[in-house]
Structure formats: structure tokens, C-alpha cells
Write a protein that binds this ligand. Structure first.
Ligand code: ATP
Ligand code: MG
Length: 555
């Protein structure tokens, strides 16, 4: 089948037509290990890994670890775990820090060629001289230092003779370029910080632009795909490549695609870190977080995340995707794959007065009607049951297809019951409903009564055998539809939804006793739920992934 090609695939096809050998295609996904991956990264992961798969080309997982102030080993581990969980394998694991020696030597070459110099001004002075997009910058007083002096100073920088912020190495390009990034960008700075991998070997670190393109070149990446904010960096990317490029090598090509933005949430590690640091969430994997680990803990299957970013598409223009699309993709997936179970979240006792006291029978119910190979499970049924409090009203209009006095409903997979009397406590609250059942109406028993149509079907559990579970339900983390517009962290905090988490005790059918963290279920008529890692031998904890779009049709 011919699939339509997105604009990146078209670029690659063009390059192949122009003579690039398919065996030279190579891609990379280059996260900075300064936080956990979020749903935006899933887009970049899918783009790069899908291209590798489509063209049978290798792919590198490269950690862009050039800023030891923010990077940590724990983020490296978390990123690897998340990419694997999403279902992707990489051919090579690399680190920009693997290339520190090469990058340093190339910087020395730049100095020797008169294309880089040490600037001994403060960062404020340098920024001041940069100019503005409409006003050219002016030259640093150190711009014409001789190569020898520059080499000597660069060596001293490397050996620790200078404090942070006192000296930087700058590329000598053009202080009047219309592209501000070309105005003698800084390529090395002093950072007296231990690095997660190189420890204390280095105290000078390359800047992003110098490290990124050159790492692509070292790895011989054919297409270096990044988000649109890097478009102005492309000119610098190419300038840096020109300095080291040798004939017969692959010259990596930077191309940009639009970021994925999701409504009602943020996709920025820095801002997500703020939520973690301030305790607005329990951690990076809080089920309300748009991180891969948060979505996983919330119960999203990896296939739903992948199908979500595929549906959102690859484009050149920024847009905001509605969070409801992500929920839609989750439902589609979960409907196919989750086992069904009955859980009553807000119990109301019903007593079936014509059902023998002390008797229990076992009702057979299909685990997943969407799965042709589904098996069945047994659910105990007895005289005292729980139904959902909201499923009973003494009186209601014709549109209330649930239980009301004098009317019938079916209990899912079991019998038709009729409500006869509501029992109240002193506060006029209903504490019990007395019902009768039709013994011939059992689902699947083949009798005429079992075929009888009644309007509503309710889920239920048997009071004696049901066991308590903790259910955590979530709402959007932010009330504001676009929290990324917050100007600062305080404003961001104010956009939070104060009621985004609700914890309840619910009653579950006994088959759920054997469920394990990560197991996903559809709680019938209630939504999709997953067992949380906070589960203990005494208490099973469920997270609500997403609600059902519709309640059941009549069964
Ligand atoms: P953040 O601002 O969240 O830290 P980043 O771009 O700094 O994001 P990196 O770890 O540097 O994060 O990104 C790794 C790759 O993922 C880059 O190629 C980047 O362009 C891409 N990426 C990051 N955020 C998004 C997003 N929202 N949509 C698509 N791709 C993204
Ligand atoms: Mg970054």
C-alpha cells in the first residue's frame, strides 16, 4: 500500500533521488538528560524511530549532555526506560560527552585558523555588544587577539586557571549578521561542575550549537531533525560543519518540524520540573503529568501515545492539539485490550428480598467482549448487593433508565430486578433499596424471560464478597487551556486546577484481588483504570485513566 509521505520523508526521498545512498541514511534522537521525557518528545521519538524503521537505517539514542549544571544520571536512566517502554530500540547509545576531546581539538583548530578567540569580558558586556535584530552588534575589544595568545588562554581555561564567567571562547563570524546567532557565538565556557559521566575531567564545556552539529557529523547522521525553534540555528549549524567537513563524508542536514503542544498542559521540562520541585505533583511520574512516565502510570498504553502523535501529524506549523484527542486514542486502544470488571465507586446497598438468605451463586461474565479469544470469569451473586448510589432514584422521569421504584433494570450478566421500597435513615438519606428479582431472567440462560428487554443495565457487586479498593480519579492538572503562556512560575502555579485529584474507597468484585501494578481494566460503565504502583498487600490502588465516552447501550 502506498502511504502518503510527510514533508520530512519527501526531503529524504529527494536526497535519495539526488544520489544519496540509502545505506548512508542514519537518524538520532538527542534528549538532554535534564528531566523526564514528555508527550512532546514522543513526537520527536516517533518521527526519528519511524524513519529509521521505514528506511531500514540505524538510529542513535544520543544524550546531549553538555550542561553538567542540570544533567543527572537518573534522567539518563529514566529516558532509556521510557523510550524502551514506548516500544523503540536504538542501534547505538552515545553521549555528546564522548566527543569532548574531539570537540576540544576542533576548537583548537578553529583558533589556529583565526576563526575563534577568547573573550575576557563579562557575559553582560558580551550581551550588550550583541546588538538587536535591527541594530548590528559591535566587535569585542578581544576579537583581534593573536592565535597564540588565544591558544594560551584556552589552555588555561581548560586547566582551571580562570573562574566561571571570566573567559569564553567565541567563534569569529560576523557581528553584523542579520542572524543574531551568527554574531560571534560562544562555543566554550568554564563550568566548575562535576559531570555525570566525565566527572571532573573537564571544566570547560561546549555550547549546544558547537556540540550538536559536530556530534551529528561524528556519528554521520544523515538527517538531523529538530523542532522549529532551531530554524535560526541552521545557519550556524552549517557554518560549524564547514569548519570540520571532509570530502567523502556524510554532511548532516538539519531540518525542523513543529513542536507538539497539548492543550491544558505544558511540554517543557523546565516548567514540569517546577511542578515537581514545588510539590504541586507527587513527582515526574505523577499520573497527572504529561510525562511518558506519568502517562504510563495513569494507564495509557504505549500504543495509544504512538497513535496519538501519528494522528496529530508531522507539520511545519505550530499548533495546539486538544487533550481530548489523546483521551480518544487511549479509549480506542483500551477498549480493545482491557479486561472488564465490576466496581462500585459510591455504594448503595440493595437487598433482594425473594433471594434465599445465605445463598451465593456464581455468575459467568465475559472478560472482554471485544476480544474474540476472551475467556469468562465467575462473579458471586447473593441477596445483598451494592449498586452505584447515582443509579437509583425513588422517582424519576422517563429518561432515567436506571433503577426507580416500581420499575425494572437488569443487573449486568445476572438477573432483572424490580425496586419496591427505599429505606431511609434519620437524616432522610437512602441507605437501602428493597428489591425482588425474576429468577427466570438470568442472562444467557436461554429462557424467554432472559431475553426480556428492560431499559437499563447496572453494574453491581455482591456485598459479602466485594472487597475495598482505593480509587484515584484525576481531572486536568491545569484549568487554563494554555498554561504554556504563563510568564513565570508563579503565574503557572496559579493556573493549576486545585481539584485535580480525588481519592475514594470503592468496592470491587473479588476477581480483582489478583491484579498487579500495571494491569489495566475497564470498570464497567465507569471508565478505564490501572493498578498503581502504590498498591500494597493490604490495599490495591487504582488510577482512573480516562472515562468511557458513552455509558453502555442496553444489553
Ligand atoms: P524541553 O524544553 O522540554 O526541555 P527540549 O527541546 O529542550 O525540550 P530536548 O531533550 O533537548 O528537550 O529534546 C530532545 C528532542 O525532542 C529535540 O530534538 C527536540 O526538538 C524534541 N522535542 C522537545 N520538545 C518537543 C515537542 N514539544 N514536540 C516535538 N518535539 C520535541
Ligand atoms: Mg533542550
Amino acid at each position: 500500500m502506498l502511504e502518503s509521505k510527510n514533508f520530512i520523508e519527501q526531503i529524504i526521498e529527494e536526497d535519495l533521488k539526488k544520489g544519496l545512498s540509502p545505506s548512508k541514511l542514519k537518524f538520532r534522537f538527542p534528549p538532554e538528560p535534564n528531566g523526564f521525557l514528555h508527550i512532546g518528545h514522543v513526537k520527536a521519538i516517533c518521527i526519528n524511530f519511524s524513519l529509521a524503521k521505514r528506511y531500514n537505517a540505524p538510529i542513535v539514542l544520543r544524550f546531549d549532555d553538555t550542561n553538567p549544571e542540570k544533567e543527572e544520571e537518573k534522567y539518563i536512566q529514566a529516558i532509556k526506560k521510557d523510550v524502551s517502554w514506548l516500544g523503540f530500540d536504538w542501534d547505538e547509545e552515545r553521549y555528546a560527552s564522548d566527543y569532548f576531546e574531539t570537540l576540544y581539538n576542533w576548537a583548537v583548530d578553529l583558533i589556529k585558523k583565526g576563526k575563534a578567540y577568547i573573550d575576557s569580558q563579562s557575559s553582560e558586556e558580551i550581551a550588550e555588544q550583541k546588538g538587536t535584530p535591527t541594530r548590528p552588534g559591535f566587535n569585542s575589544p578581544h576579537r583581534n587577539r593573536l592565535a597564540e595568545e588565544n591558544l594560551d588562554l584556552f589552555n588555561k581555561m581548560k586547566d582551571g586557571a580562570f573562574d566561571e564567567g571570566t573567559h569564553v571562547l567565541r567563534a569569529k563570524i560576523d557581528m553584523s549578521s542579520t542572524n543574531m546567532l551568527m554574531r560571534d557565538p560562544v562555543i566554550y565556557r568554564v563550568l566548575k561542575k562535576s559531570h555525570p559521566r566525565t566527572k571532573n575531567d573537564w571544566i570547560i564545556y561546549p555550547m549546544y550549537d558547537w556540540a550538536h552539529g559536530e556530534s551529528d557529523y561524528i556519528e554521520q547522521i544523515s538527517h538531523s531533525l529538530c523542532t522549529l525553534e532551531f530554524e535560526p540555528h541552521r545557519e550556524l549549524y552549517d557554518w560549524f560543519l564547514d569548519q570540520v567537513f571532509e570530502a567523502n563524508k556524510i554532511r548532516p542536514k538539519q531540518r525542523e518540524f513543529a513542536r507538539l503542544n497539548l492543550s491544558h498542559t505544558i511540554t517543557s521540562k523546565r516548567k514540569l520540573m517546577h511542578l515537581v520541585d514545588k510539590g504541586h505533583v507527587s513527582g515526574w511520574d505523577d499520573p497527572r503529568m504529561p510525562t511518558v512516565s506519568g502517562l504510563k502510570r495513569r494507564g495509557y498504553p504505549p500504543s495509544a501515545l504512538v497513535s496519538f502523535v501519528k494522528t496529530a501529524g508531522v507539520a511545519k506549523r505550530e499548533n495546539v492539539i486538544e487533550a481530548s484527542l489523546l483521551e480518544f486514542c487511549a479509549r480506542e486502544e483500551l477498549n480493545k485490550s482491557s479486561k472488564r470488571a465490576m466496581v462500585v465507586l459510591d455504594p448503595l446497598k440493595i437487598t433482594i428480598t425473594n433471594y434465599p438468605e445465605g445463598q451465593t451463586e456464581h455468575i459467568s461474565s465475559e472478560n472482554n467482549p471485544e476480544d474474540p479469544e476472551s475467556d469468562f470469569r465467575e462473579i458471586p451473586f447473593s441477596r445483598e448487593l451494592f449498586i452505584e448510589r447515582e443509579d437509583f432514584k425513588p422517582e424519576a422521569n422517563r429518561k432515567f433508565f436506571r433503577l426507580k421504584l416500581g420499575k425494572e433494570v437488569r443487573l449486568k450478566s445476572a438477573y432483572i430486578i424490580r425496586a419496591n421500597e427505599a429505606v431511609y435513615n434519620d437524616n432522610q438519606e437512602i441507605i437501602e433499596v428493597k428489591c425482588t428479582y425474576d429468577p427466570l431472567s438470568k442472562s444467557g440462560s436461554g429462557t424467554e424471560e432472559s431475553q426480556r428487554k428492560v431499559k437499563g443495565t447496572l453494574h453491581w457487586v455482591s456485598k459479602k464478597q466485594a472487597f475495598p479498593i482505593e480509587v484515584r480519579e484525576y481531572d486536568r492538572l491545569f484549568l487554563h487551556p494554555s498554561p504554556s503562556t504563563a510568564k513565570n512560575n508563579d503565574e503557572l502555579s496559579q493556573m493549576l486546577n486545585p481539584n485535580s485529584k480525588k481519592i475514594t474507597k470503592a468496592f470491587a468484585e473479588p476477581s480483582l484481588k489478583s491484579s498487579k501494578p500495571g494491569n489495566r481494566y475497564q470498570f464497567q460503565r465507569k471508565g478505564y483504570f490501572v493498578v498503581d504502583k502504590d498498591t500494597t498487600p493490604d490495599q490495591i490502588v487504582f488510577n482512573k485513566t480516562v472515562g468511557l465516552r458513552d455509558n453502555w447501550k442496553n444489553s
